[in-house]
Design a protein around this ligand. Structure first.
Ligand code: ADP
Length: 249
């Protein structure tokens, strides 16, 4: 939620409170195949966000009446752990979590070849362990990798980042403080290889020029995230090959 209070988010050198430049991403770490009991999984640290994703499927649909004859259904549950935010959050799903589950599903679904698996379900469970702004985007980035890890055929990965406006300047990858005290926030997800945007939201007011600048900045950040996603997947398969060929783990 935005605060009406104005605080200085940029210093005299134009650096942000965490020392980043306006066009700089937070540190990003992605690991693939972190859960042995899921079909696919991923763990992401994006700045101070820590999120784990488990994917199951394609599998039988329960309850059965949700089955679609010509395609798989995709279900997403975004959940924040009670300890993920400074004040204990109730473990029960909030309106925000229900809305974000839908938003994340809609950002991922265009990439999944759902028609290849009629009468099945693909389930994505997202657990936010620590939140610091931009969790929907980090969840999308991790979920896309977990879907690929589950072997689910996809047109492309989906990578996401939020851009925004802080002290009148367009900035990449807002943290919670910037999200709360900034003038605008714009989460963007895309299939970078296909140059297709799958999520675009905006909170706050952006002029036409600011919008263009923000979108260009998001796209450049997404390219970096996309590279990290592919590196993480490659690392897992290289490890598997080494194990299979007896090259050690
Ligand atoms: P996103 O995480 O995608 O930016 P929001 O804009 O709704 O989604 O939330 C911004 C940030 O606000 C979250 O990343 C988190 O750090 C914080 N936040 C969300 N819900 C709560 C909550 N119940 N209590 C405290 N902080 C929260």
């Amino acid at each position: 939620m935005k605060s009406d209070q104005a605080i200085k988010l940029l210093n005299d050198e134009g650096l942000r409170l965490d020392g980043r430049r306006l066009d700089e991403l937070r540190p990003l770490k992605i690991e693939v195949g972190v859960l042995k009991n899921a079909d696919g999984s991923a763990y992401i640290e994006h700045g101070k966000n820590k999120i784990i994703v488990a994917v199951y499927g394609p599998r039988e649909v329960h309850p059965k009446h949700l089955t679609l004859p010509d395609r798989a259904i995709v279900r997403v549950r975004y959940h924040m752990a009670p300890f993920s935010v400074p004040e204990r959050k109730s473990p029960a799903p909030s309106r925000r979590e229900i809305e974000l589950s839908k938003v994340i599903r809609e950002a991922l679904e265009p990439a999944i070849l759902v028609e290849k698996f009629p009468r099945t379900a693909i389930d994505v469970f997202i657990e936010v362990l620590q939140a610091d702004g931009g969790t929907r985007c980090a969840s999308i980035t991790a979920a896309a990798v977990a879907l690929a890890d589950a072997g689910i055929p996809m047109k492309d990965l989906v990578a996401a980042v939020a851009v925004g406006k802080i002290n009148g300047k367009i900035a990449l990858d807002l943290n919670h403080l910037e999200d709360q005290y900034g003038e605008g926030d714009m989460p963007v997800a895309m299939m970078p290889g296909l140059k297709t945007i799958t999520l675009l939201q905006a909170d706050g007011i952006f002029s036409k020029e600011e919008f263009k600048q923000a979108l260009d900045l998001a796209i450049s950040g997404i390219q970096v995230i996309y590279r990290k996603q592919r590196e993480a997947l490659k690392k897992k398969y290289e490890k598997m090959i080494r194990t299979v060929t007896g090259g050690g783990s």
